[in-house]
Design a protein around this ligand. Sequence first.
Ligand code: HEC
Ligand code: HEC
Length: 277
Amino acid sequence: MLVGLLLCASVALAQGDAKRGEYLAKAGGCVGCHTEARDGATRYAGGRALKTPFGTFFGPNITPHPQAGIGRWTEADFIRAMRSGVRPDGAHYYPAFPYPSFTRIVDQDLRDLWAYLRSLPPSARASRPHELRFPFGWRSLVWGWKLLFFKPGSFAPDPGRGARLNRGAYLVNALGHCGECHTPRNFLGGPKKGREFAGASLAGGGGSPNLTPTRLKKKDDGEVKDFLLTGITPDGDVAAESMAEVVRNTTSQLTPQDLDALIAYLRSLPPLPDEPK
Ligand code: HEC
Ligand code: HEC
C-alpha cells in the first residue's frame, strides 16, 4: 500500500501538468485543425478539412481513443511527432501539421500538452484519409521536403533580447505558428528565406498581411490588441475566417502579459516590404 502510494507520487511528479497543457493548446491553436467545422463536433476528434495547393488534408483524431485516436501512444511518441515530424511507425508527417513551428516547443511544454491530450474524453470517430493530388500522396516525398526546409530543435532564448521579447518570440514562432500563414512560400511550399512575416497568398484565395513594422507601425498597440482580442479592425471590418479562427482559439485566449509580449515581438521584427500577391 505504502509502496503503491510512493510510486503514484513519483509518477505524478514526472508527468506533465494537464492544466498548463490546456493553456498551451490554446496558444498552439490545436483545436482548430483537429475538430470538424460544424456545431456540436467533438473537440479534437478530427475531421477538419485543410485546403492546400497539394490537396486537402483532414486533421486526425488526437483524443486518447486506442484505435481511432492516439490512445496507444507513449509520451515519447508524442514528443517525436511534434519535435521531428515523425509518426510512431517512422513515416514522415506532412507539414500541413505545423511541426516546422512546433519543433521549437520546449520539452516541459510538450509534456504538459501531452498530459492535456491524455485528459480528453476518447472519441471513436475515425480519422479521414487525406485527399492529395498526384504525386503528393506519397509520404516518402516529405523526406526530401524536410531535408530542404525543416530545421528541428527547441526554442533557445536570445540573451540579448530580454524576457518579454523572448516570450513573444516563443509564442509567435513555436506555439502560435503565425509564420505558417504570414510568411510567403516558394513553389515547393517552403518558407521564403529572409521574407519572414512579409505576408503571403493563401490557398483558397485571399492572403495574409505583412506583420512586420512596415505595416504594423501604422497601428498603435491598442488597435493591434483589440484586433487580436475581437477580430475586428479599427474600421469595423471583420477578419477573414482563417484569422478569425486564430483570434477565437488563440490570441483572445492569451493572458494579458502573453498578448503584450506577442505584440512587442512583432514590433521588434525587421521591417520588410509587403510580399507581392
Ligand atoms: C494548421 C493545422 C494544424 C494545427 C494548428 C495543429 N495540427 Fe496537429 N495535425 C495536423 C495535420 C494535417 C495532421 C496530419 C499530418 C499527416 O497526416 O501527415 C496532424 C497530426 C497531428 C498528430 C499526429 C496524429 C496521428 O494520428 O498520427 C498529433 C499528435 C498532433 N497533430 C497534435 C497537435 C497539437 C498538440 C497541436 C497544437 C499544439 C496541433 N496538432 C495543431 C494539423 C494541425
Ligand atoms: C490560418 C492562417 C493564419 C494564421 C495561422 C495566422 N494568421 Fe494572422 N491573418 C491571417 C489573415 C488571412 C489575415 C487577414 C485578415 C483580414 O484582413 O480579414 C490576418 C491578419 C492578421 C493581423 C492584422 C494585420 C493588419 O495589418 O491588418 C494580425 C495582427 C495578425 N494576423 C496576427 C497574427 C498572429 C499574431 C498570428 C499567430 C498567433 C497569426 N496572425 C496567425 C491568417 C493567419
